[in-house]
Design a protein around this ligand. Sequence first.
Ligand code: 2U9
Length: 341
Amino acid sequence: MDLCDEATSARRAATSEIAAAKTLDELEAARVKYLGRKGLLTLLLRNLGKVGPEERKEAGRLLNEVKQEILSLVAGREDSLKQAAYSSSLASESLDVTLPGRRGAIGRVHPTLAVMDELVDIFVGMGFTPVEGPEIETEYNNFDALNFPAGHPSRDEHDSFYVGEGYVLRTHTSPAQIRVMQAQQPPVRVVVPGRCHRRDTPDASHVVSFHQIEGLFVDYDVSMADLKGTLAAFAREFFGPETRVRFRPHYFPFTEPSAELDISCLVCGGKGCRVCKNSGWLEVLGCGMVHPNVFDHVGYDRASLTGFAFGMGVDRVAMLRYGINDMRLLYDNDLRFLDQF
Ligand code: 2U9
């Protein structure tokens, strides 16, 4: 077969192979097969030297014509393959804007922090200023300044997390109130929300890291009546206007006299039930008149100043509010539980 015939059959074969290429790779393979360094057409062109001038002229013209034709066929096929890939990706990526969007998981405020915010709002409404303090506290601010005697059990390694000499993870937010009194003169009226840590064995009513809110009101004529009035108003505001309260004598190193505040049971209204262990009352918080020894530690004049303080476990209040029977649920991060709030 002479060069011209070979060129013609190469043209026919290349034309059909290029047209049959379904992918860019197949097309590239066809291009290389005919136009590559060892391509059929390249070899034919190289053979031009071996034929006579007559045939070389015609064969040369035809071979270059076929080569150009194959080049443009390849370019054309490449465009249509790319166009097809583009439109199929468009089709596959087509966004049906009528389809409902995928609703992102909207989080919500954790029940403990929702209650914390509500408690802060109530006391801010009564003129208390919210302040925060560090979770790593000095042993002095957390215990000594609050009139805890040296051997007090809660100072024991078993009860508190010591972090280095003289530092402890605060066991209550009270040290923040000590810092406030060290930093300013009376009157002082603050509430301190925050996280506290006690080395406890976790159970239904104890977790190692929990949330508290404490309050302190110091001025020149603060009385137990102010304390009782303030906390009774708080209880009605938070638990409902029909809530009854009672103050039960108690003991804290940092207050004298001290009391615990109970509210009428939210479940039975005071008649007695499983939740209030048939007492009709639920314990909510502790409180008392600031112990004068505390004033000594912060350089306040115990002779002229008086103050009241209170403290409550916010997780416990959230459990009362939502009827939760195990405090650990608040820290298990189980969305099946948390999604209820
Ligand atoms: C200063 C002086 C006195 C804060 C108080 C309580 C009573 C109290 C407990 C509630 C639940 C701790 O988390 S709990 O177990 N706290 O009962 N706290 S009076 O007294 C203070 C605070 C600061 C300077």
